[in-house]
Design a protein. Structure first.
Length: 131
């Protein structure tokens, strides 16, 4: 249907990244930085129409696949919906010139891992074949 509902906000400003991390931590009552010190964050928002949650989720997944293809680590950090439903979140959207009715889908943090993580075992019973 060519709705193109996802919106992207690329944040590289240290002060703004810290503010977003703080808002995110407050939603979850976390005593640590939910962005794990990342300096680059891409916020995925989606205009509220049609299949916007699915479209925004697919956009987030594609961002992470693109990062991986370039050797960049990424993580999907939740709670964007709650952050941008808050008054402070709405003020940020307004400051950035986003006036559409959007919903926060997720925060994509980008960077390079300090150490390589152990591979996770893939669980059985997740794929079913029908012939």
């Amino acid at each position: 249907m060519n709705k193109q509902t996802p919106r992207f906000v690329v944040v590289q400003d240290e002060e703004t990244v810290k503010k977003l991390s703080g808002l995110n931590a407050a939603v979850a009552n976390m005593p640590f930085d939910p962005f794990y010190g990342a300096q680059d964050v891409i916020i995925v928002l989606a205009k509220k129409e049609c299949t916007y949650v699915y479209d925004g989720s697919l956009a987030m997944g594609n961002l992470m696949n693109a990062a991986w293809s370039m050797g960049i680590d990424s993580r999907w950090i939740h709670r964007a919906k709650e952050v941008f439903d808050s008054e402070e979140g709405k003020q940020l959207l307004n400051k950035w010139g986003i006036e559409e009715d959007v919903e926060g889908i997720g925060f994509c943090i980008l960077g390079y891992a300090a150490e390589e993580k152990e591979k996770t075992e893939i669980k059985d019973g997740r794929v079913f074949f029908v012939s």
